[in-house]
Design a protein around this ligand. Structure first.
Ligand code: GAP
Length: 507
């Protein structure tokens, strides 16, 4: 098993063992790609949401919040393009009865050729040593050129077929590339067909022909359809933003990789309304602001990178992802899109209501342009767990697993631990807990040896352990143990709150 895959598995089992993430409906054998957050997970998730909300809404005078309903009028999804175009091309293997995304099958094949190129380069680099010129090798080596040609031809053909919605050609390409089902090993494929990713249900109170209701696949549309309400009641002046967090639902076909791709997940989105013509400037500003948000958590910059979209969605005139290096590789964590006036114009057209802004400086009405920042809460959770999970060998030869979570996000900020559960120490510890708990999420624990309790709190990422011992009863001091260094200092009780506050403040 590749080392990273092994680490990913360890993170998943750690998340379950320590009450962060459980498979949904586990006693009924689970529900595919749906997860529940346990007692520690819900704290971490709430903290991530709050850190985002504070930075986007509380710290920006021109951004306000919203909490729109999950159910919305079905025409919204027609106007947004989701009814007609929010779909994946699917293909089934008749022998294994397994269903695949046709684009994923083809992209996996392209990745195999790319791997072969990488291997040729690696071999040549070893053979030629310091004199190796990679660019020249890639431009001239016959085998590399052959694989590159295969990649270019197949991707041109695939993207062309998708643009023309020529699904028969996509199937033909899968056959010509001799792609086999990873389960049955056969090439016995069905036709390719489009599969809409929206979940639907029905609502009794709407008229017969419009009773299909969708579970929203993004929170963004709730913002667009409330643009006029918020702008008018909040007397908002452009540029301004509306932010919201909430559940979104997608019937993902390739839903693997733990909480990376789920069918029910949570998004944190912000739509920033700007004057037409200024959108690309704002796009660059938001790219920078959002990257800085990630870096403010103290995670090394090398863990993040931008991925610029070359092929833009029909509504966008610029788009980039912030990718994070998960154990499964660099993958999208957040999307930043310049969505032009596509959505507001579409809602204007479908609803028949004028959705415009009167710009007093220009003395002109216009439909605002929009920059969107959209980040997955669950993916950020996974990014934090992946970054934080650390296995350490200690000087005394023992081992520990520690979650080096940013302190501002940790489920508990400190643990209050009486050294022994007697001699008046629990009572003293409870006194401290009763003061601290109004400001910080703290946990009182007296069961097991102090060493075991330290390890348990290392494993859930608690930045500080406060130990109450016999000396505490004499001089009102405690020891405070730092999760990362394991160093212990003795401090007066009245200093604890200040130290914890500094540690968990965030940037
Ligand atoms: N409103 C724009 C939008 O929804 P998106 O790229 O489809 O854009 C934005 O989604 C973010 O939502 C992604 O960057 C990702 O973090 C998260 N996300 C999307 N689909 C997800 C899924 N199935 N499971 C978990 N997170 C998902």
């Amino acid at each position: 098993m590749a080392q990273n895959e092994e680490i990913f598995k360890k993170i998943i089992s750690h998340a379950k063992e320590y009450g962060f993430v459980f498979p949904s409906s586990e006693i009924y054998d689970g529900l595919s790609a749906v997860y529940d957050y346990g007692q520690n997970g819900v704290e971490l998730k709430n903290n991530i949401r709050q850190y985002w909300w504070k930075s986007m809404v509380q710290h920006h005078e021109n951004i306000v919040g919203l909490d729109s309903a999950i159910f919305m009028h079905p025409t919204i999804w027609k106007a947004s393009g989701h009814v007609d175009a929010f779909s994946d091309p699917l293909i089934d293997n008749r022998d294994s009865k397994k269903r695949y995304r046709a684009d994923v099958l083809i992209e996996d094949q392209l990745a195999k050729w790319q791997d072969k190129i990488d291997k040729e380069v690696e071999k040549a680099a070893k053979r030629f040593g310091d004199t190796f010129d990679k660019d020249q090798f890639v431009a001239t080596n016959a085998r590399v050129l052959e694989y590159k040609e295969k990649i270019d031809t197949a991707s041109r053909r695939f993207y062309g077929a998708m643009e023309r919605n020529d699904l028969a050609d996509v199937k033909k390409l899968i056959e010509e590339l001799e792609i086999v089902c990873p389960v049955s090993g056969s090439r016995n494929w069905t036709d390719v067909r489009q599969f809409n990713l929206m979940f639907s249900t029905s609502m009794g109170s709407v008229s017969e022909d419009a009773n299909v209701i969708y579970l929203r696949p993004e929170t963004a549309q709730g913002i667009f359809v409330n643009y006029l309400n918020v702008q008018k009641t909040g007397r908002m002046k452009i540029p301004f933003g509306i932010a919201q967090t909430g559940k979104a639902f997608r019937n993902e076909i390739v839903a693997r990789q733990f909480i990376f791709r789920m069918r029910e997940f949570e998004q944190m989105e912000m739509q920033f309304f700007v004057r037409p013509g200024t959108e690309l400037e704002w796009f660059e500003k938001w790219k920078e602001t959002r990257l800085n948000w990630h870096l403010s958590l103290g995670i090394p910059a090398s863990k993040y990178r931008f991925h610029k979209h070359e092929k833009l969605a029909h509504y966008a005139n610029a788009a980039a992802d912030i990718e994070f290096e998960f154990p499964i590789g660099f993958k999208e964590l957040e999307g930043i899109h310049s969505r032009t006036d596509f959505d507001l114009k579409a809602h204007q057209e479908y609803s028949g209501k004028k959705i415009q802004y009167f710009d007093p400086e220009l003395n002109e009405n216009y439909v605002p342009y929009v920059i969107e920042t959209s980040i997955g809460l669950d993916r950020t959770f996974l990014a934090m767990l992946s970054f934080a999970y650390t296995e350490e060998k200690l000087e005394d030869g023992s081992e520990r697993v520690v979650l080096r979570l940013p302190a501002v996000l940790a489920p508990f900020k400190c643990a209050i631990l009486p050294l022994v559960a007697k001699d008046g120490l629990p009572e003293k510890a409870r006194e401290i807990m009763d003061v601290l708990k109004y400001d910080f999420m703290c946990q009182y624990e007296e069961k097991d040896s102090i060493g075991k309790r330290y390890r348990r709190h290392d494993a859930i990422g608690t930045p500080y352990c406060i130990t109450v011992d016999h000396q505490t009863l004499e001089d009102n001091t405690v020891t405070i143990r730092d999760r990362d260094t394991m160093k212990q200092d003795r401090i007066p009780i009245e200093k604890i709150a200040e130290l914890v506050r500094i540690k968990v403040k965030g940037n």
